[in-house]
Structures are given as structure tokens and as C-alpha cells.
Design a protein around this ligand. Structure first.
Ligand code: SDX
Length: 433
């Protein structure tokens, strides 16, 4: 089902006091906010303004990368459904699709993977930087710091309007982010780093950097490789979410992409966004037993708690990614130990989906509800979940960065405000304050 293009239209606005009328064009289902300025307000020469705190109902750009229909629970990357992609396309192929708009043929994929392999190794100064981090530093903070510091190696990345340069930086960031994520993990474990082995492929090389032993051969559980590949695909892009919006806003100042994606990491780390998968596991551990679920849901309903991993700004139906992840959990848990938190999660979902508070607010499991259990089944603690989210989302951030810089309508982001402070006043002398 392709997204229906809303018909263009006209909006007639009449000012009852003056009888003045304006005809405002509606394009793609939108009113251009700047058109409102022609409606004078007397007290300001800038005319009428739109007010949309948190951009609940504002399109900030045009984008061809991802389409979401929240009511229908549809998520497509460049027209392909997330279910089909997660099922039958590798993450490197999905990266190529998201960046270039089409799935690669065999030759194009081989060339793309060769470019990534060439850039997989980190500059040595980053190993020293990570070794200098304090033991208690969160791996997501390490990742964001490492991304910003990586940019120092490539001063030419400041030339953001040069398409060839952008493509080079995109390959570098895609290739090096898994190594930075693995370095953050090993720093938290006080383990010495294991470098990439691109010959093994993107996913196995990533798992080797995470789980391998220095100097030893690495054999990976097939279900782990399958699950990690699918998880990175499921997290690859999600249109104008908080962290992608952060990357676009920061990059709109024409700062280099390393700084922009570092900003994306910090936004993603928040518990209302990518940090929710860490919060879900902590919530499941706090609930502790299936019998404790009704009391916890009551606490959510009176606003004392939030059911983490549930609800979404756009999805008012089951997040299609949550469905795929829920299916993957069984395959990985078969290979590992049963996880009591899965039993609580399944019972929690069942109870919430029969409870009018959640049903009436269209609150369903989102991508974060089961992903933590899956990462945990692979042996990773909650602190790494948002790091994996960032590894998957890196390609989406970079595709939006590139798309924004190609968009002639985009300028430096600088919203206006409604001023609610003091009117002009005199500075009182110190003894009068
Ligand atoms: C991600 O944007 C993206 O695309 C993000 C993401 C991506 O791929 O980039 O999909 C990844 O961030 C997923 C979301 C992960 N966050 C969580 O799971 C945290 C828990 N969920 C929420 O806090 C909340 O649902 C949000 C932040 C996700 C969305 O919040 P909204 O759209 O601002 O909705 P809201 O806070 O205005 O809630 C509407 C109502 C309120 O009740 P009333 O005021 O009407 O009585 O629903 C309630 C809220 O209290 N509500 C919840 C709830 N989420 C909303 N009540 C209990 N538990 C929840 N999780």
C-alpha cells in the first residue's frame, strides 16, 4: 500500500473583526506556516505565527527514506516493509537501501561491503581515549564521545556541501561505529579490545569485537548473528524521531557529521526515547513476579509509573518492530537460558492489552518492549541496549543528514517563541535590589 498523496487544496481564512480574507494554499496536506505571516496582528510586523510545542503536528522537512502509518502499524524503508526486510535482507543491504534508495545487486553489495571493510579499523588515539574514561562512565556516553573525537581525524568532513566528501564520511561512520560500540562494551568490562575482522562480514565482525577473545578464533551462535542482524535493521530508521530530529537540527548549522551524530546519541540516550529498552528491563526486574503485575499497572494508571516500552507518538497500533523482535526472542532463548523476565513481559503485555486505560489510549508495545530481553539473552547488560540502538540507527541519521543537505528548502534551524517574560525595565542599583 503506497502512502496516499493528499490532494492540494486552498484554505480560506476570514478575520471577522476586519472582514479581511486570505486564501492560503494547502500542499501535501500541509499549510506552510510562513504563509500565516501575511495575516497581520497589529502588535508585531511578523504577522500570525503557528504554535506547536514539541512539534506534535508540524512537518519539519520532506523525506523519502521511511514511511510510517501509525494507525495501521506500517513501517516501510524506501517502500519495502520492515517485516520483509528483517526476514530476508541483511543489515548491510538495508544500509545500502536506506542510503541510496534501492536494494543493491550482488556487485553493488560486494563493492559497498569492501568500502566498509576498508574503513573498519579505528585510529589508535581512540583506544587511548577510551582507556582514559572512568570505570563508571556509561557506554552510551563513551560512544558519543568517541564519535565526536573520531571527527578530529577527518577535518575535511567540515566540507558538508561536498557530496563526495559526505559519501566518504558516511562510509567511515557506518564502518567505525560498531568498533566504537564494541570498544565501549569492552571498556566497561575492563577487557582489552578485539579489532574488526571484516572478512567475516559486518555482523559477525561486530559480534567478534564484542564477544571475541584477543588472539583466539571466534565462533558465533548462528541465532545470535541472525538476531543482531535483524535488530540493527529494525532500528535503522524511523523518520523524524527525537534523535533524528536532533541530528538534523545540529547538522543544519553545517557542523561536521561526527558532531551531529554524537548529538543524536545523547538524544537517543533519554529514557523516553532509545533509553526505554534499558528502562523496560529495570521495570521487569522491579516487578519481579507475574503476581505483582496488577499492582504495577494500577500505579501506571494513576500516573505514579510509566509502562516503559509501551506507547508511541506515532504508532496507535502494535509497533511492527515489536512483533518481529518478540518472534526473535524465542529463537535466541532456545539457544540460551530461559529468561524469567520474558514470562513477566508476556504477562504484562497481555494484562495491559486487556486494560481499558491502555486500550483507550491506544498504548501498545513499541520497539523497546522486547528488545532488551533479546540483547540480554545474548549476554549483554541493559547499559548496552541503547548503544546497540545507536549502531542500528546510525545509517538513518546519516541518510537524513545527506537528504537535508540536498534539500534546497532547508536552512539553519531557528524556531521562534512566544515571549512570556518581563517587559523592558531599568537596572536597579545594588542597594535597591
Ligand atoms: C522510541 O519517535 C520514535 O519513532 C521513537 C522510536 C524510534 O524508533 O526512534 O520509535 C523509539 O523512542 C520508542 C518509545 C520508547 N519510549 C517508551 O517506551 C517510554 C514509555 N512511553 C512513553 O513515555 C510515551 O508513550 C512516549 C514518550 C513514547 C510517547 O508519548 P506521547 O506521544 O507524548 O504521549 P503522551 O505522553 O502525551 O501520552 C498520552 C497519554 C497520557 O495519558 P493522559 O494524559 O491522556 O491521561 O497516554 C499516557 C499518558 O500519561 N501514556 C502512558 C504511556 N505512554 C503514554 N501511560 C503509561 N505508560 C506509558 N508508557
Amino acid at each position: 500500500m503506497s502512502p496516499e498523496k493528499p490532494t492540494d487544496d486552498l484554505l480560506n481564512i476570514e478575520h471577522p473583526a476586519t472582514g479581511k480574507k486570505w486564501e492560503l494554499p494547502v500542499e501535501d496536506g500541509c499549510l506552510r506556516a510562513v504563509q500565516l505571516r501575511q495575516i497581520p496582528l497589529g502588535q508585531t510586523d511578523l504577522g500570525l505565527m503557528s504554535y506547536d510545542p514539541s512539534l506534535l503536528n508540524t512537518a519539519s522537512c520532506r523525506s523519502a527514506i521511511t514511511f510510517i502509518d501509525g494507525d495501521a502499524g506500517i513501517l516501510d524503508y524506501r517502500g519495502y516493509s520492515i517485516e520483509d526486510l528483517a526476514e530476508s535482507v541483511s543489515y548491510p543491504e538495508v544500509c545500502y537501501l536506506i542510503l541510496k534508495g534501492e536494494l543493491p545487486n550482488r556487485k553493488e553489495l560486494a563493492a559497498f561491503q569492501a568500502e566498509l571493510a576498508e574503513e573498519a579499523v579505528l585510529p589508535a588515539y581512540l583506544l587511548e581515549l577510551f582507556a582514559s574514561f572512568p570505570d563508571e562512565m556509561h557506554p552510551m556516553t563513551m560512544l558519543a564521545s568517541g564519535l565526536a573525537a573520531l571527527g578530529a581525524k577527518y577535518p575535511e568532513s567540515e566540507k558538508v556541501l561536498d557530496e563526495e566528501n559526505r559519501n566518504k564520511q558516511i562510509i567511515r561512520l557506518l564502518a567505525k561505529t560498531p568498533a566504537l560500540a564494541a570498544l565501549a562494551w569492552r571498556r566497561t568490562q575492563s577487557d582489552s579490545p578485539v579489532g574488526p575482522d571484516p572478512e567475516k562480514g559486518f555482523i559477525v565482525s561486530f559480534l567478534r569485537m564484542l564477544l571475541g577473545k584477543p588472539g583466539e578464533d571466534f565462533e558465533v551462535e548462528e541465532s545470535f548473528a541472525r538476531a543482531m542482524d535483524a535488530l540493527l535493521t529494525l532500528h535503522a530508521d524511523h523518520e523524524q524521531n527525537c534523535s533524528t530530529n536532533a541530528v538534523r537540527v545540529v547538522a543544519s548549522s553545517h557542523v561536521n557529521p561526527y558532531s551531529a551524530v554524537a548529538a543524536g546519541c545523547f538524544a537517543l540516550h533519554g529514557p523516553l526515547h532509545g533509553g526505554a529498552n534499558q528502562a523496560v528491563l529495570e521495570m521487569l526486574e522491579e516487578i519481579g513476579t507475574v503476581e505483582a503485575i496488577p499492582a504495577f499497572l494500577e500505579a501506571c494508571k494513576c500516573g505514579d509509573r510509566r509502562l516503559m516500552g509501551f506507547g508511541h507518538r506515532v504508532y496507535k497500533n502494535y509497533d511492527p518492530r515489536a512483533k518481529v523482535i518478540s518472534g526473535l526472542v524465542d529463537s535466541v532463548l532456545d539457544a540460551g537460558q530461559p529468561d524469567p523476565r520474558l514470562e513477566i513481559a508476556r504477562a504484562l503485555e497481555a494484562a495491559a492489552r486487556e486494560d481499558d486505560y491502555f486500550v483507550s489510549r491506544k498504548l501498545f508495545p513499541n520497539v523497546d518492549f522486547y528488545s532488551g530481553i533479546l540483547y540480554s539473552a545474548m549476554g549483554f547488560p541493559a547499559s548496552m541496549f541503547t548503544v546497540f540502538f545507536a549502531v542500528g540507527r546510525m545509517v538513518g541519521w546519516l541518510a537524513h543528514w545527506d537528504e537535508m543537505l540536498r534539500d534546497s528548502e532547508q536552512k539553519i534551524a531557528r524556531p521562534r517563541q512566544i515571549y512570556t517574560g518581563h517587559s523592558r525595565r531599568e537596572v536597579p542599583p545594588m542597594d535597591k535590589r
